[in-house]
Design a binder for this molecule. Sequence first.
Ligand SMILES: Nc1ncnc2c1ncn2[C@@H]1O[C@H](COP(=O)(O)OP(=O)(O)OP(=O)(O)O)[C@@H](O)[C@H]1O
Ligand SMILES: [Mg+2]
Length: 253
Amino acid sequence: MREIVDRVGRITLENEQLFQRLIDGERRFRGLAKAVWKVQEEERRRLARDLHDGIGQTLVALRNQLERLARRAGENGDLAEGLRDSAELTRLALNDTRELSRLLRPPVLDDLGLSASLEWLARSIGERTGLEITLDCDLEDERLDPDIETLIFRVVQEALTNVVKHARSPTARVTLERSATDLRVRVADAGIGFDPSTAFSAQADGCGLRGIRDRLELFGGNMELHTGPREGCTLRLRVPYGQDRPARINLGA
Ligand SMILES: Nc1ncnc2c1ncn2[C@@H]1O[C@H](COP(=O)(O)OP(=O)(O)OP(=O)(O)O)[C@@H](O)[C@H]1O
Ligand SMILES: [Mg+2]
């Protein structure tokens, strides 16, 4: 009898140790995944700056030079027109470069925070694609943890990109609510919808929705997808964010 009790005791202890190792492993994995994500964001920030300050500045100089030459060519019809066309093409390339730089990492996200950057995102997508986006944001000028601001910005960016790419909806609505314990985000469209069981299957082509789900899990959050053929699509996200629980990335975790 005593032997059995000892063995049960040993097995229980081993189970507890195994469980603890599992928890430690999971914590290390989360720490690593968050670190990779931070490096990726940092790289985007660097690329955005390089694009803006490097190619962007060169294009500004090129456009100015072409405009000067076009003015000098004055009455020389064909030459002046060719130079003006070239200046116009350079201006378009400059706009594309700036837009790309801002989409990679909008400076407004670092400078003014989530609410302002979501407003910029909605305006920018609306101007580019014609999608009419309504934004209701509880935050006003409040600044959150920078990692959480980036997380929510990226998630809304992907969700709105999906509306543009797939939904065939003229409108979308983004809502952000802050409670004492969490942040809740909702992105809804009135488009063609889809079969949600296909979104996360191994055969799914895209990785946007899966990426949203995985990133949210890293921060202890979750997402719900409400959709069906011809039912539109509503994405609901929740991220824990209370005064007693700042969701800061802890690389040492
Ligand atoms: N708002 C939406 N309306 C209609 N269909 C959608 C919507 N969002 C996603 N889908 C469908 O779900 C699929 C998976 O979306 P997901 O974002 O994961 O991939 P993707 O957009 O195709 O590619 P990626 O995001 O990797 O560029 C899409 O291919 C599309 O069929
Ligand atoms: Mg997508």
